[in-house]
Design a protein around this ligand. Structure first.
Ligand SMILES: Cc1cc2nc3c(=O)[nH]c(=O)nc-3n(C[C@H](O)[C@H](O)[C@H](O)COP(=O)(O)OP(=O)(O)OC[C@H]3O[C@@H](n4cnc5c(N)ncnc54)[C@H](O)[C@@H]3O)c2cc1C
Length: 185
């Protein structure tokens, strides 16, 4: 299916949306007269593709991509959700790193900051232990605060892991008493 979306108003630079088997591909025709398509055009298109979960994008032009734009496209690999990195936050482009939410799940604040430290230590040549994504604890700073790590009780049971459930009364927890929320388990 071909849908025209360009025209008046903000359109993210996209003129056509091609849809096949549920996959969207964006086409930008605004550069058709350009002799040089720079990195900012490509970067913006990538941003719109990521925001809308598009599988691919085309820039229609009568010219060429600048060297910088071509390097941007070939250098840093992304999937539909995030920049693809290895366990030391290295992208496919030598010397380019990505950390935090742009580098994929789990989308948690302490994972982002830990990756920042890990990445810089690795660059500095230190001996670094990579993050194991399934072992990152999750803390939700809501009310009440909730934390978890590893598979849920239901997932563990489903995969045949023996489960032992422990319960502890908030009435016996110093933090709970100090903050005046000392009821429940
Ligand atoms: C409502 C909400 C609740 C959350 N609750 C929790 C929670 O309870 N626990 C938890 O662990 N995590 C939580 N998170 C997730 C957590 O906030 C993120 O995982 C974390 O902030 C990711 O850090 P980051 O550095 O990757 O990205 P960000 O913190 O998003 O930092 C990116 C920065 O880049 C800047 N930026 C963007 N574009 C540009 C540009 N073009 N040029 C320059 N700067 C730019 C942004 O302004 C921003 O400051 C929550 C997130 C949301 C939205």
């Amino acid at each position: 299916m071909v849908k025209e979306v360009g025209g008046g108003g903000a359109d993210g630079g996209v003129d056509l949306v091609l849809t096949e088997a549920g996959e969207k591909t964006f086409v930008q025709c605004k550069q058709w007269k350009s002799f040089k398509v720079g990195v900012s055009t490509v970067r913006e298109l990538y941003g719109v593709m990521a925001a809308h979960g598009a599988a691919g994008g085309f820039v229609v032009t009568s010219g060429r991509f600048t060297q910088e734009a071509a390097a941007y496209v070939t250098g840093v690999r992304t999937n539909r959700l995030h920049i693809v990195v290895d366990s030391y936050c290295r992208t496919d482009e030598p010397g380019v790193y990505a950390i935090g939410d742009v580098a994929g799940p789990p989308w948690l604040a302490h994972k982002a900051s830990h990756e920042g430290v890990l990445c810089v230590e690795k660059i500095a040549g230190l001996d670094v232990t990579p993050i194991e994504p399934n072992s990152v604890p999750s803390c939700t700073f809501g009310h009440p605060q909730v934390a978890s790590v590893g598979p849920t009780e239901a997932d563990a049971r489903r995969t045949g892991i023996e489960v032992k459930v422990g319960r502890f009364p908030f009435a016996a927890n110093g933090m709970a008493i100090a903050t005046g929320v000392d009821s429940g388990l």
